[in-house]
Design a protein around this ligand. Structure first.
Ligand code: AGP
Length: 608
């Protein structure tokens, strides 16, 4: 994934920028580049390949330049070559930019700019930013950035230098991280605090739609609305690991607690109350193309496959489109029949899962339109699909997927509403869905504030060696997900079952040593769930229930109970899964497991 480093200060910047890029190599990239301000001109060096080549070339870099930017690129638009590598310059070669993220409306912007006489050198989306800045720059880069940002759809983390402003580096951010490092008579800019901690412990995090201007002795932050934004200066520890965990003992717990913010990021700028629908850039599908869709096929693996099942329910209920779900690993080999006008939706947090990538290629080969739902900007999936929706959940480091899952559900809901509103969903229902979506972060926050209750339950149940998870309707995939969370990080055997299926065999497993987690939020089938649970109770099974606040119907049947706020049934999975994530986490910790790096597992399964 791409990396950004910027510097201005008392030292020669060539080596500083190079070391910064090296600290970002772990993110993955396929090309690199530098731009320096020297004698009021820009000097740019960029290549495809590994940063080790830059090390070999370092003697040819300017050693009397004190302001510069650098980038490692993971190709999304345009092949990984030296022309598409960043930095990108404007026509006058006075402005250089480096960009993380995806500009979803770049092709429209590019055609307008070309008509206005701008000459493009690369095939990238990013280059439009350099030309927009050129178009609006009249000596005030902040104003030029504001004009540019107002026209960009998509995500960006930017660093910019201008030969007319030696000693100054600019930055801007929307949906792709950017952080300022504050040194002694020197300032740093990066997409990842890892590149800064070797120089300074004082950092300022740039938020969405904010602009930063740094000089060797100052930093100023403004936004699209405000001339000046006051920012807190954080002091970070030198240990990168503790910093990345933000004070949490494990990435997984941090990411569970990030869900109010990650959900906000998933719907930010995508709720269109005026038209009572969702707006999703990057679909590259017109309303008429969406109207023509006769069926949806969802392909994914693991947790993303659980999200896909909920996606099926969402598209059938909210969009009135038949939908099927398949394991990507099955789909890729069974020579699937894909009827005409089928939309294939691939879901992947990493965007690098081999089976899902292969399924996408198979679907494309069969002529289907493919859309990707992914969390990693610039991932292979993003490039393979060419159209889709990003989660904007931020890096998910813990092997067990948590915040990505709830953001996948939210994005699927947005997509289902968008398509539903084209296909007859009422304005009233559209607005109801948007309002309920906007309420989710505070509802998840309410759940997280009671994490201690889940820890209590874990303290009383962690010694069991087997668990069942049961649910119906939208809660059945949640049962599958809860079981997967537990087994993958605590190595306890757990099985998700459709509650009504218990009596068709699995109930034989029930005894006092087999606790059952029951997803029983208020819903049209709660009565049915209750009768399934009564069968377990009659056989001395212990019951851990997830219910809706103030609903007492499960009290008599439950040994332990955890409640979640009320929400429309199609959004409740985003709430009911959170206590299951916490339960798996606390049990794994109590069992002494390596929560973030469970045995035998990788974060991204890039092999078959
Ligand atoms: C989820 O907790 C697991 N780590 C795993 O099932 C994961 O969901 C699966 O490998 C798919 O990964 P992806 O979403 O990155 O494609």
């Amino acid at each position: 994934m791409c990396g950004i480093v910027g510097y201005t200060g008392r030292r020669s910047c060539a080596k500083i920028l190079l070391e910064g890029l090296k600290s970002l190599e772990y993110r993955g990239y396929d090309s690199w580049g530098f731009s320096f301000i020297k004698d009021n001109h820009l000097l740019t060096i960029k290549r495809a390949g590994k940063i080790s080549e830059a090390e070999n070339l370092i003697d040819s870099f300017p050693h009397d330049s004190f302001t510069g930017i650098a980038h490692t690129r993971w190709a999304t638009h345009g092949s990984p070559d030296h022309i598409n590598a960043h930095p990108h310059l404007d026509c006058t070669s006075e402005i250089a930019i480096v960009h993380n993220g995806i500009i979803e409306n770049y092709s429209l912007l590019k055609s307008v700019l070309e008509k206005e006489g701008h000459t493009f050198k690369s095939d990238t989306d990013s280059e439009v930013i350099a030309h927009l800045l050129e178009k609006y720059y009249r000596g005030d880069m902040i104003e030029a950035l504001k004009e540019t940002m107002l026209r960009l759809v998509g995500t960006f983390g930017l660093a910019i230098i201008c030969s007319r402003e030696p000693g100054v580096v600019y930055g801007a951010r929307r949906g792709s991280p950017l952080v300022v490092g504050i040194g002694e008579k020197e300032m740093f800019l990066s997409s990842d605090v890892n590149a800064l901690v070797v120089h300074t412990r004082k950092v300022v995090y740039v938020d969405d739609d904010e602009i930063v201007r740094v000089t060797p002795t100052s930093f100023e932050i403004s936004s699209l609305e405000k001339e000046k934004v006051e920012k807190k200066i954080f002091t970070v520890s030198f240990s990168k690991a503790s910093l990345e965990k933000g004070g949490f003992p494990h990435f997984m717990l941090k990411e569970i607690f990030e869900q109010p913010e990650s959900l906000r990021n998933a719907f930010r700028g995508r709720l269109d109350y005026k038209r009572a629908t969702a707006k999703l850039g990057g679909l590259e599908l017109t309303d008429s193309e969406l109207l023509a869709v006769r069926g949806i096929k969802l392909v994914a693996c693991g947790t993303s496959w659980h999200a896909a099942i909920i996606g099926k329910y969402l598209f059938e209920e909210l969009s009135s489109i038949p939908a099927e779900v398949e394991y990507a690993s099955e789909f890729r080999y069974r020579d699937p029949v894909i009827p005409k006008d089928t939309l294939v939706i691939a879901i992947s947090q990493s965007g690098e899962t081999a089976d899902t990538l292969a399924a996408i290629k198979e679907a494309k080969k069969k002529g289907a339109k493919v859309l990707g739902i992914c969390n990693v900007v610039g991932s292979s999936m993003a490039r393979e699909c060419g159209r889709g929706v990003y989660l904007h959940a931020g890096p998910e480091i813990g092997v067990a997927s948590t915040k990505a899952f709830t953001s996948q559900l939210l994005v699927l809901t947005l997509l289902a509403v968008l398509i539903g509103r084209i296909r007859g969903m009422s304005r009233r229902d559209g607005l109801m869905a948007l309002n309920a979506i906007e309420a989710l972060p505070s509802q998840v926050n309410r759940i997280l504030k009671r994490a201690g209750r889940v820890e209590e339950i874990a303290n009383l149940t962690w010694k069991y060696n087997n668990f069942l998870y049961v649910g119906r309707g939208y809660q059945y995939p949640v049962a599958l997900e809860g079981a997967l969370k537990l087994k993958e990080i605590s190595y306890v055997h757990a099985e998700g079952i459709q509650a009504a299926e218990l009596k068709h065999g699995p109930i034989a497993l029930i005894d006092e040593n087999m606790p059952t987690v029951v997803l029983a939020p208020e819903s049209y089938i709660l009565d049915k769930v209750k009768s399934n649970v009564a069968e377990i109770k009659a056989r001395k099974g212990r019951i851990i229930s997830v219910v809706t606040e103030a609903n007492r119907e499960m009290d008599e049947l439950s040994d332990f109970k955890f409640s979640v706020p009320p929400a429309p049934h199609f959004l409740t999975p985003i709430l009911s899964v959170v206590p299951l994530q916490l339960l798996a986490y606390y049990i794994a910790v109590l069992r002494g497991c390596d929560v973030d790096k469970p045995r035998n597992l990788a974060k991204s399964v890039t092999v078959e």
